[in-house]
Design a protein around this ligand. Sequence first.
Ligand code: ADP
Length: 418
Amino acid sequence: MSFHPARDDERFQEGRSQPLDVSSNQLFLSAPIPIMIEDWSRVYAAIMDLRAKGITDIDAWFDAHPFAVAELRMLHSFVEANNAVVELFEAGSKAAFFERAKQLLPADRTSNIAVYRAMFEGRNACQGERTLVTFSGKRVPIVWRCSLPGHADGYRRLCFYGFDVTEQKESNDRMQAMRAEMARSARVSLFGEVAASILHEISQPLSATRTSADAALRWLGNDTPHIAEATESIRDAARWARDATEICRRIRGFLGKVPVRSVSSSVNDAVDAAFFLVSPEANSKGIVIESHLDENLAIFADPVQIQQVLANLLLNGIHAIDARDGAERNLTVFARKADSGEALFEVRDTGAGMSGETLASLFQPFFTTKVNGMGMGLVVARSIVEAHGGRIWAESATQLGTSFFFTLPVSDASESGN
Ligand code: ADP
């Protein structure tokens, strides 16, 4: 079914209706909160039409009719604005504001649908968020709220209250950035310590191996080779090399001891938690992160560790997108049930991609192509995924982007039937 608003001139006349008496109301004009009065009566009639036609799921209807929001917006008009609105938009005067009101407050899909939905469901209030652009080009995030009347006539004068939330948003962003920074530095310092201790433990037997091998060469290089001494030195070298291997085994054992505390959780929760950590970094670089998840899918995994895996892959994606400087700056997480019965995650970026050589070395400890890279992120990601009984791999094409895939056990709580 498609939406066909009545196309008579009157219904399509968009703009400002006759000012109401309220403009003379000093209380309204000088209220410290931006208040817009808008005429939504024809929009209301159109929404009621939809109900009368038997539409029951308004969100699905809007999904199926992508132009309906803009068409409905044409049935709406601005009636009045108080001084705080003029100030908010840095318009200078009310006349200047109304001259550009349509451009300043264009249809906003999410905000508008919030109102349509509330009308459709007969609610008595609605609210939402949107970002406004002022006369000087400044972007102002606002939270708006509107009370909805119980009768059609009331829709001729809907009052929208706007609250500038720039400060709250900035401090929220700062807090998120701090959290991401803390998560990152915790990761870096942990890897730093691990790397330093591995180097410390291993450098001694390695240099002893080398000293013994050098000695063996010297014994063999004499005019009369000293076979017995050379053999002894080679034996020493082999013993030191075994020590180094043993140290590596112990370190691996130690790292592997991080217990996996698996619980059932939805893939949504896992992805949300990782998005929470990386979104400040993505926002600051103009990268859009989104997810396409099988909502019914639940995993049986350690939430903190999976958050670490996803955050690592997402941060790498952000760096790769930033390194490419391309027009497409998208980072997407997909999760679905694979044919094998496991949960299959994909972290896909539109970044610089990587060469075959890089692709082959990805999961090697300390492999990095970044100036400040540690080269341990993917090593840890792999050890976590494998400790859960899963697999991790990557597919990439230079200049086209990269996808990292990993699998995890599905929880019994999963409702996904495929
Ligand atoms: P680091 O991020 O410290 O370099 P990682 O182990 O996380 O360590 O990554 C190792 C290397 O793998 C990176 O330096 C980079 O060369 C490559 N890499 C990882 N993810 C991506 C990606 N999404 N796109 C391109 N290259 C990547």
